[in-house]
Design a protein around this ligand. Structure first.
Ligand code: SF4
Length: 58
């Protein structure tokens, strides 16, 4: 299992970090990063809400 951010797509809106603060955080580059891969359900929800489809849950 892997949760990934496609950095080239991420616009740094912060929605994923709001929905799943245990899983995503905005990094110093202003883009989301994965900090924990345990909560796959939340990551899938965040992927559904990402406006640019930058979250991949494999
Ligand atoms: S919801 Fe999508 S665009 Fe917004 S910060 Fe997260 S990965 Fe980036």
């Amino acid at each position: 299992m892997a949760i990934k951010i496609i950095k080239e797509k991420c616009i740094g809106c912060g929605r994923c970090a709001e929905l799943c603060p245990e899983t995503f955080r905005l990094g110093e580059d202003g883009k989301s990063m994965v900090i924990n891969e345990q909560n796959r359900d939340c990551a899938e929800r965040a992927a559904d809400h990402c406006p640019v489809e930058a979250i991949v849950v494999e």
